[in-house]
Write a protein that binds this ligand. Sequence first.
Ligand code: 1Q0
Length: 215
Amino acid sequence: TAMSVDEKFCLSEVLDTFKSCLTENKEVIIDKYVAGWRGLVRFMNSLGSIFSFISKDAVSKIQIMVNLRNGENGEQYFTIQSMVKYELDNSLVDITKRGSHPESGCRTLLRLHRALRWLELFLERLRTSAEDSKTSVMCSEAYSESLAQFHPWLIQKAAGMAFCALPGRLTFFEVMNVGSPEQVVAMLGEALPLISEVYQITEDLYAKHDLLGIP
Ligand code: 1Q0
């Protein structure tokens, strides 16, 4: 179903975008990947302005990817696989230290990729959580296990403070606009394997080319 402007946010539609990322030969389509993030950012914005420092960064990363797609070599950025090949073949990535390509597609997408791992861990916790579990705890545990290791202390502190402002589990489920808690749990159970697959394919590709540490 299409998501119109005045329609309420529906998380299953956003997660479907990630599902649609994968081509038959398991390549990841950048337009769809970016559309998935755009939907998540909309969701995050609806949670309140305390998250705006996070969404601003996500939006700027999304914009870099959109600009690359709209640029003169846009077709090279059709999939993550074609992007990696194109940028490496043409020395467009600063692999070991910052240099003349601070906004390469490979670097920018790596930031979103690391955040996707957080999303996977967080949604898995939500899916299996008990009724009285705290979203702030689930969120910060997922963060410590993933993104935190890439963030300086100050950002970790700011993120920790933002997590405390997360609404409770039931409110969260309502904002997702998927249906009853049972339906949310079922929807997450279907969506998570695909998010994991997109994550793993990207992770393996980046590992193969030694790109997991792009500064
Ligand atoms: C709902 C709560 C959202 C919590 C999101 C967790 C991520 C916390 C990250 C905080 C860091 C943001 C500040 C900037 C960081 C950058 O320094 C960093 C590195 O970039 P660079 O260029 O400096 O090397 N950027 C990142 O690590 C990218 C972070 C992107 C975060 C994208 C989060 C998008 C959010 C989505 C919300 C999803 C809510 C999903 C729940 C759905 C289920 C109901």
